[in-house]
Design a binder for this molecule. Sequence first.
Ligand SMILES: Nc1ncnc2c1ncn2[C@@H]1O[C@H](COP(=O)(O)OP(=O)(O)OP(=O)(O)O)[C@@H](O)[C@H]1O
Length: 652
Amino acid sequence: MSDPIFVPASLHPTPEQLAIQTARVRHLLVEANAGAAKTTTLALRIGQALVRGARPDMILALTYTEPAVQALIDQLRHIGVSPDHIAALRLHTFESFSAWILQQMEGTPVLTLRTQEQVRPYVLRAIDHALTQPLERHPELLATGASPAALVEGLLKSFAVLKGRMLIEQLPEDQPMSPDVADELGVDYLTLRVRNAFESIRRSPQADHPAFRHAGDASYDLACAVLGGLLSYEDSPLQLGLALIVVDEMHDTNRVMFTLLQALLTHNRRAAFVGVGDRDQVIHSQAGAEAGFMREHFVREIGQPERLPLTASHRFGPSLARAAGGLARKPYAAFGHQDTEIQALHAESPAVMATLVARLAQSHMAQHELHSLRILLRRPAQSVLLERSLLALGVDYVSDGFQSFLRRREILLVRGMQAYCSGDYSGFEDPALRADTLAAMLLFAGAWIESDELRQVDAVTAQRQAIQEAVAHPDGMRIFIDGQILRNGDPTALELLGAAMAVLAHGDLQTFGDAFLRALQPRRLAGLVLVRQDDIAEVRDNLEALVQMALLEADRDLPDVFRLLHELDGRRSRMRANRRVSLSSIEASKGLEFDHVVIPYLSRGEFAGEVGATENRNLLYVAMTRARHRLTLGFDPARPSKFLVEAGLVAG
Ligand SMILES: Nc1ncnc2c1ncn2[C@@H]1O[C@H](COP(=O)(O)OP(=O)(O)OP(=O)(O)O)[C@@H](O)[C@H]1O
């Protein structure tokens, strides 16, 4: 009997797509360039499995993020898979799939803590455990000037790295935790100690039924159960009778996900596997993502896969394919019915660039040929001048992957300090703004309440309640700043805040420009309360951008500049949710596509962050390849980024 072929409603598959759609091999890997139709072809493969008679629940698709699941659903719809079938398919992130499997193993549901605020009391308790261990052999390495509350965020990020890579699980079982081991794992000793305390809190009182789970814990727990042999029995919940397992964006795979994939293939021997990815899109290497899981690890730990190509981009035309190929140093073709226009936007300063990009967004709104305009930023601080310009021109926008600069905690700190110095709290009418400002000031002042295990938890609740009370009272902000922040803060932090407030009290813009950052010492201040270098650098960047922005208002005095910030904030909260113009991090745009993509700030040294050159290059590659019809690159022609030279877009 001949093989029935799934025929998509809306496109004509290329011979390469058809080969992947209809391949009858156990393990198939497709490494292909961005825009070369990887997600679409997975959707075609799913359509094919359905016409071959697989029930929808025999098909499992796994991805790393929710937006990637959504992108796959969109493609399934686009090619005409029926809504009933789509609803019955098993479409999951690794995390949601793991949570579902664990629920069957554990019977009763485990508490899911979705926000950092919810998980914070447990991290605080773990810090306390680590710091008060009577048998600790290296107490001097655990001493930190920072308040425990300020460590929480950085610790949670480090836990995610350790878990994603399953680094601790790869140590010998009886390995004692020492500073050397911490070094080997790439974390500081405090992080390692607190991580262990945190895991024992999470796993008590019953090791097989954790007290709670936070982001990433479900896949981690399931992978640990797999490695611990807990799922090797006959009626394992991973035996799902699957006919097809597909993984999209497989370059995001880390050790946890790979462990789960391996177990799924072992428990579903009749299932075919198709994985697609692009090694130049690895931007989560910090969470353990590695292109090697599509290559040597796959061959060594699963078997030799069949490999099929998707050679050309359907998303954009040959000009952009050539540039992306130059950047990634690989061949790149495109189906070029219509070429993608690449425009240069020249500006000698960040402020001029912001104005030009905002004008471009304004004219985008006045035309109907292109629908979506996405402005992609390497670092959140780059949105400061840009948002100011967009708000000034009245262009509505949304932001993805970061908050508006006006609500970032270090900006709120300065807004709060200025209000305190001038005694003028107008602009803080919104209770949520008042609460966030006080929380930010409390954080940077390193103000916290020392307490034993239970009172740690109470301290968090107490802080929330104290802020709520302060917010409800007309004079509450001032009273709270006097009574809590300036009284209970860390002495060094208070010294820095005091010096900065003395500058603010002058009320003079030029003095602010000359002396504010020198007085506040953002890196030092942030270093007292935050742990991760990129979080600390982000605080500095945002504050530098704020000063830069203030200095553009040369005809105003300092209180006027802060009034302008309040006004912009008000305007921002009244904006209509216009998705035609969006401002976004590159990470939040992965897997998506837009008619017009703008990447400003591509002068030498501007496209950089706290990661290595390869990851920066990958980030630019991901950013450029989101464009469908037009790509605009913004830079100073006298100092273009070396990446633009590599892409062949400017002369070297
Ligand atoms: N045969 C085809 N004919 C025309 N357009 C197609 C075809 N196949 C896919 N496309 C279109 O090409 C675009 C890119 O496809 P897709 O998103 O699947 O690429 P991708 O390789 O997954 O991209 P990324 O690596 O950026 O996630 C989409 O707009 C899709 O609808």
